[in-house]
Structure formats: structure tokens, C-alpha cells
Design a protein around this ligand. Structure first.
Ligand code: HEM
Length: 249
């Protein structure tokens, strides 16, 4: 059967399956990220404490399971696509294609680290505390402290999601010009890395705390985060890619 021929070769069946699984887990992950940010958080703000506690134990806990394992599978199947390139991996990361996919991977991997390293670590304690309270126990004092870091990381992921997906999808699907050779990428990377480091450091509370001006302006209201996501895309793509990178070519 054709599907079993050259199974692990670049462009073979394993790559096809990895790409499909990568996209399926990716949409599950980012869909739930948007659910948390656009639906659950605004709803929780207007719900009673009891309603919120029950929803947290019966909805959020399940949603978070799908969310974090979808993030893990997205990441692993992304690595699987790279692994299958084998000897061609160097070429895969070269030129416009390579620069685009590395930009997507930079934002995607940061988002993955935020899910497991910040959001889930905090939510474990927050939901555990809600369960203890529901069973008549005392709230865990760490729960209140961890809510802000988790919220900031979740909004930072929403902010980065548009740029991440744009570069990820257009790496393999750009029109012909995408394959044109490019010159030095150094200034482009400096530009992108400064923006990326600022967003992540700010979300982690490393620049003037969790309530610095940027966090309050961009992360407090999810509608502003959505606008911010498109502004970030415009800055990275139009200024970084079209102006800085192309000017170096
Ligand atoms: C977590 C880190 C991630 C890594 C390491 C990663 C890695 C990759 C790689 C290596 C490719 C192949 C690009 C190419 O063939 O030129 C790819 C494509 C793609 N990725 Fe990701 N990715 C990540 C996150 C995501 C997320 C969160 C989504 C959200 C939906 C996503 C959606 C896609 C899509 C739609 C494609 C295009 C696939 C195709 O058209 O064949 N990725 N990714």
C-alpha cells in the first residue's frame, strides 16, 4: 500500500500524520486558550463565589486537562515534523522558510512553556483550594497569590497566538516569493527577540511587577489583548519581516 512506502521519509506518511495531529492538537489548545480568555474569565467576573467554585471544579478542571495535553501533543508533533526532515533539517531552517518557521516556533514554544510552567502550576493550587473549600476546609493562601501570574501568562499566550500561527502556517504555505533567498537575518532576529523578551518578561512580572503599565493596558481587558495580538503581528510582520528583513536582502 502506498501509505506504507517510505513511511518515515520527508514528505512520507509519518510526516503527513504528524502534521494532521499537530494541527488537530494545535486547534484544541488554542481554541481552549480563547475559551478561557474570551468566555470563562469575563463570565467568572460576574458569577457568584459558589457558582465560580463549582464551575472551576467541574468545567475548568476538565478544560485544563484537554488544554495542557493538547499543548504537549502540539509541541511533540511539531518536533516530530522536524525530526522527519532528517538530513534535510539544515535546509528546513534556512532562508525565508526557516526564518518563518523559527519565528513561529519561538512564540509557540514560549506559549507551551507558559502553559506547563506557569498556568498549570498555578491552576493546580487554585482548583485544589476550591475543592478543599467545597469540602468544608480552609482555602490555600497560595491560591490568591498565584491567580495573577496565571492570568498574565494566559493573556501573553493570547497576545502571541496570532503572530505564532501566521508564521507557522505561512512557512509551508507562502507563495513563490517566500522561497526567494534572503540576506542577513541578524537585525530581524534582534528586533524580534527584544519584543519577545519584553512580552514574556513583563508577563512573568520581571519588569516592574505584574501590574506594570504594559500588563494593565494590554492584559487586563481581553478585548485589548485581541487588538494587541494583531498589533504585535503587524509589528513583527510588516516592520520586522517586510521592512527590516527584506531591506537586508
Ligand atoms: C509548540 C511549539 C510548536 C512547534 C515546535 C511547532 C512546529 C511546527 C513545524 C516544524 C511545522 C512545519 C512547518 C513547515 O513544514 O514548514 C509546523 C507547522 C504548523 N503548525 Fe506548528 N508548532 C508549534 C505550535 C503550533 C501551534 C500552537 C499551532 C496552532 C494551531 C500550530 C499550527 C501549525 C500549522 C497549522 C502548521 C502548518 C502545517 C501544514 O500546513 O502542513 N503549531 N509547526
Amino acid at each position: 500500500m502506498e501509505i506504507f512506502n517510505r513511511f518515515f521519509d520527508p514528505g512520507g506518511s509519518w510526516e503527513m500524520l504528524s502534521r494532521t495531529a499537530h494541527i488537530l492538537s494545535g486547534i484544541t489548545w488554542i481554541g481552549l486558550l480563547y475559551f478561557f480568555n474570551y468566555v470563562q474569565t469575563p463570565a467568572f467576573a460576574v458569577m457568584s463565589a459558589e457558582g465560580r467554585s463549582e464551575a472551576m471544579r467541574k468545567i475548568t478542571l476538565r478544560a485544563l486537562w484537554w488544554f495542557r495535553y493538547a499543548a504537549l501533543l502540539t509541541f511533540l508533533f511539531g518536533l516530530s515534523i522536524i525530526a522527519v526532515q532528517g538530513d534535510q533539517t539544515d535546509a528546513f531552517f534556512e532562508g525565508q522558510h526557516g526564518t518563518a518557521i523559527l519565528t513561529g516556533i519561538l512564540f509557540g514554544t514560549t506559549m507551551f512553556a507558559n502553559v506547563w510552567g506557569v498556568i498549570w502550576r498555578a491552576q493546580k493550587v487554585i482548583i485544589g483550594s476550591a475543592e478543599t473549600v467545597a469540602n468544608g476546609g480552609e482555602a490555600d493562601p497560595r491560591a490568591a497569590e498565584l491567580a495573577k501570574p496565571a492570568a498574565r501568562a494566559s493573556r501573553a499566550n493570547t497576545l502571541m497566538s496570532v503572530t505564532m500561527l501566521f508564521f507557522m502556517v505561512f512557512a509551508p504555505h507562502g507563495a513563490g516569493w517566500w522561497q526567494e533567498p534572503i540576506g542577513s537575518t541578524v537585525v530581524y532576529w534582534l528586533f524580534v527577540l527584544v519584543i519577545w523578551a519584553f512580552i514574556e518578561a513583563s508577563a512573568l512580572g520581571l519588569i516592574g511587577g505584574f501590574d506594570n503599565r504594559f500588563n494593565v493596558e494590554v492584559f487586563n481587558d481581553h478585548k485589548r489583548t485581541i487588538i494587541g495580538a494583531f498589533v504585535l503581528w503587524a509589528v513583527v510582520y510588516i516592520i520586522g519581516w517586510e521592512i527590516i528583513l527584506k531591506a537586508m536582502s
